[in-house]
Design a protein around this ligand. Sequence first.
Ligand code: KIV
Length: 272
Amino acid sequence: MEKIINTKILDTRKIRKAKFATSKKSLQMLTCYDFQTAQMLNETEIDLLLIGDSAGNVVLGKETTVEVTLEEMIMLGAAVKRGAPNKFTVVDMPFGSYSTFDDAITNATKLFKQTKCESIKVEGAFDYQLEIIKRLTQSGIPVMGHIGLTPQSVHELGGYFTHGKNKEDQEKLMNEALNLQKAGCFAIVLECVQEDISTQITKALNIPTIGIGAGQGTDGQVLVINDLLKMGPGTPPKFCTPISDLFQLKKELITTYLNNQRENDNAQLSHH
Ligand code: KIV
């Protein structure tokens, strides 16, 4: 019998409460994009899994997350949910799928229904996005917010950089976080936000913040699993210290396998 360590799936009520738990443990979240990795994570104590549109970069080899489609997110989200039935999952709404109110409701409902994930995530906190989040949460679709560096807006933002470096930007981030909370988000990702302001936001909110490159003052941390395990040939972002070099390890294992096979071939040939 397979041992399932954590069979009590979280829900948004427990996630909200985690912020104020007396034995305060930070929320642990990793991205996940495939069935077998989800099966493995399902057997760990991890709290949340994110089927991020970072899949566009690390799984599909696209240049930016702007290219990711709704169909791709549905396929990946459903695979992860099948592998991790005991985990609370969050699936990203891809770029262009929530640019209008009607598109957002139709596409979020499709993503939520077809993946069976417990929640969705949207980037940004403009007024129209707040309206969308309000309607989605009212219709029963939990929403995780995402501010700071929002990779879907990389062309508009002008690149990937740390946010909250000046007073104006800090005020903007604080307002966005408060507005997302008011709109109904159950948690907010703070990506590449300066530590002092991400800590202030965390203190000001009643919902958990989950940081990535946002320092240690948040209620939880999320990382891209491919960066953490170093599954690619490149250097992971500086806020992520890899715990392995799977790219190199897998390359060595396959090379050994290929060499052994070749030696067997040669041995067989010399017998004839
Ligand atoms: O797509 C993703 O992996 C994300 C995380 C970086 C938070 O949104």
